[in-house]
Write a protein that binds this ligand. Sequence first.
Ligand SMILES: [Zn+2]
Length: 316
Amino acid sequence: MKIAVLRGVKNFVIEEVSIPSLEADEVLMHVKACGICTSELYLWNGKFKNVVFPSYLGHEPSGVIQEVGRNVGGFNVGDHVTFLSETGCFAEYAKAKKSSIVKIANNIPFEEALGEPIACAVNGIRRSNIQFGDNVVVIGCGFMGLLLIQLASLRSPSSIVAIDINDERLKLAADLGADLTINPREVDVVKYVMGITNGRGADVVIEATGEQKPLDMATEMVKIRGRLVIFGYHVGESRSINMQMWNWKGLDVINAHERESEVYMEGMRIGIMLLSKGKIKLKPLITHKYPLEEINRAFNDTDMKIKGLIKAAVIP
Ligand SMILES: [Zn+2]
């Protein structure tokens, strides 16, 4: 089978390897789509320094079951699934433990059924504990932010404010459930949020960028006793925190990125259920598809943030 192996900075090489053999509790999938995650971008472009080459990436797969292990019940050859895999999924085939697989309906396109990032977003919203009528702010309208906005709106908040420096993304945020959209290059966003909340600040602010400035903004615009949800992937440089304000406001600061595997899978099952019911839409978010052979171009386009790209998927 073909697999993309990261051999160095910006250098995936397509290699021919044998199809993995199965343990009794494992399942083999023919990978039909695998999303590109921002966290992988840092491995590819060299921002993340301690990468060991060769490296096998791709953790957002969906596909069709090709073979099931001896002790696997409840799954059959031909089932459409999404899964967490320990092997790189920028490949024609990948295996997973039966406990790490979720079935998807046959009518859902594979590139939309990316269980892993959907699970992250679902778990982020579960941790943020949004209540009916809350004022919610989401900072950052990339793939994750746009997914978080859709999920947050299912909790019936009184308003969702979306913040991004890209007007195209703000337009999409409005289409997907944001009530108000603001661009910090044009508007003082802290003042704005204070204005619409009678000077109190937002009940919940979700930071979905992984950058310093939005973290500071979030600290300033969240209300006393509010919830500051850190969802962005903060990597590399250290962050400074206004501890005095966190402390004075008595904030609940929630690091909402889930790592525990059972909770991860629960989030995935919930997310796929919401996708099947049409409660969340992935179609407008998966804007670019690339064959496996063009994986370097897919990463480059993602890195360059080419116009209109929200998320790219590799189609092996
Ligand atoms: Zn990811």
